[in-house]
Design a protein around this ligand. Structure first.
Ligand SMILES: Cc1cc2nc3c(=O)[nH]c(=O)nc-3n(C[C@H](O)[C@H](O)[C@H](O)COP(=O)(O)OP(=O)(O)OC[C@H]3O[C@@H](n4cnc5c(N)ncnc54)[C@H](O)[C@@H]3O)c2cc1C
Length: 408
């Protein structure tokens, strides 16, 4: 008896009104790259908790993807949040961390006081030669970033940073680390985030700068880059590497003054996380579509059982809904709308969806899903992070409800 041909899962198409020829071409390019280049690397490296090779980053740089949102005048692609998320969904469909590394370009670490330097750094960022690590969180400051204790003390024309940072992803491989530190205590009547400023610690890729040591945190997923706890003991940063803008409490209103651009950055990060979560959930959905046809029990492919067909249908509907919403919110941000509540809503909904869908995918795979022989367990581990990082689900709910009710 010949084996019937499996019906391949259909990757999503861009729908009206978002569909343009240029976007379809970009999506197809990212999709092919994810399938042919990223997925084999993820399969080989994730089980070893390995780091993505520099050659992968260079290949992405070659495509211009580290500068998707950087204006063309600085060598970027001059596109919007929509395109940035479009590419990220495709990359995260293969490996979450590769969807994430894209965020470490896009002009990160370029907001210097000196205009010429800022322009030069933007051009480097667009070329994928200025890839950063972000060190905001600390052992005692996560959701409540206003509790950051790392100190920045002025000494002549430099700042001296001392403290402990936790969760700095890609800190060793990066060209710079953006460190949030306290320069002074808040004055009476000021928000708790007053006095917090981001500093640029410029470094050689592959090593830590003088005064900094890093210890790898042993994560259960999100492999592809290492994540570090950093000890800063007198790291010197020139005044020219103090960045403009303030980072506030992730859960707080934009109440820190001069905060609009940072708020916009947080909103973009939220919709980007939603798109990455959709990518991971879609991977689980597509693998299930094949498995339900391959696996037989009781003399039937398990995809003949209505309970499982309906489970797959629910997964497909949830993934499509979350995708439609990230596209809507990305469009709003591209129109210059603040979209604060919407960004928190899409982050909340898409990441909670990814946890549910990857969990269901494991169930549909039975025992085989609970092994390292298949990719489902990777999707499940990676999806689990998405409700925690970039602001937990509870913090997103706080942002949303704070815009609906008076704050207690
Ligand atoms: C793998 C990984 C990678 C990361 N990468 C980075 C990075 O590159 N750079 C960086 O700076 N940080 C990074 N983070 C840190 C991440 O942003 C924090 O883990 C996250 O913000 C939550 O902070 P926390 O872990 O300290 O949890 P906590 O803030 O201690 O929260 C514990 C629990 O309390 C809840 N909670 C806290 N406050 C409230 C409240 N007001 N109301 C209701 N519930 C609340 C939380 O939702 C959570 O359920 C990373 C984290 C992980 C796990």
């Amino acid at each position: 008896m010949s084996t019937p041909e499996l019906k391949a899962p259909r990757p999503p198409e861009l729908l009206s009104p978002w569909r343009t020829e240029a976007r379809v071409a970009l999506q197809q390019e990212a999709r092919a790259f994810a399938r042919e280049v990223v997925l084999p690397l993820a399969d080989a490296l994730d089980p070893q908790k390995g780091e993505m090779p520099r050659t992968l980053i260079d290949a992405m740089a070659e495509k211009g993807w580290f500068g998707i949102t950087i204006p063309a005048d600085y060598g970027g692609m001059g596109l919007g949040v929509f395109e940035y998320c479009l590419v990220s969904e495709e990359l995260a469909r293969a490996w979450l961390s590769v969807g994430s590394i894209l965020a470490r370009g896009q002009g990160l670490g370029t907001q210097t006081l000196d205009d010429d330097r800022r322009r030069a750094l933007l051009a480097k960022s667009a070329r994928g030669q200025w890839i950063g690590s972000i060190a905001l969180s600390e052992p005692t400051a996560g959701s409540d970033l206003a509790g950051v204790r790392t100190r920045a003390v002025r000494e002549g024309d430099a700042w001296v940073l001392t403290g402990t940072k936790r969760w700095a992803g890609f800190a060793q491989g990066a060209d710079f680390i953006e460190v949030l530190a306290r320069t002074r205590e808040p004055k009476p009547g000021e928000p708790r985030s007053a006095g917090l400023e981001p500093f640029l610690v410029v470094k050689e890729p592959g090593r830590f700068p003088e005064g900094m040591t890093g210890t790898v945190i042993d994560k259960i997923g999100y492999h592809g880059f290492l994540t570090f706890e950093l000890e800063l003991d007198g790291v010197r940063v020139p005044e020219s590497d103090r960045l403009t803008g303030l980072y506030g409490d992730e859960g707080a209103d934009a109440d820190a003054g001069g905060f609009a651009s940072v708020q916009r950055g947080l909103n973009i990060a939220r919709v980007h996380t939603a798109a990455r979560a959709v990518g991971v959930a879609r991977a689980a959905l597509e693998d299930c579509t094949l498995y339900l046809q391959e696996r037989e029990q009781f003399g039937h492919p398990i995809g003949d059982f209505q309970a499982l067909r309906f489970a797959l249908a629910d997964m497909a509907a949830e993934v499509a809904q979350a995708r439609a919403y990230w596209q809507q919110v990305a469009h709003l941000l591209d129109q210059g709308e603040p979209a604060e509540s919407e960004s928190a809503q899409v982050k909340l909904l898409a990441t909670e969806m990814a946890v549910r869908v990857t969990n269901q995918a494991m169930q549909l795979h039975g025992g085989n899903g609970y092994t390292t022989e298949r990719r489902i367990e990777r999707y499940w581990r990676d999806a689990r992070l998405t409700t925690i990082f970039e602001g937990t689900s509870e913090i997103q709910r706080r942002i949303i409800s704070d815009r609906m009710l008076p704050r207690p």
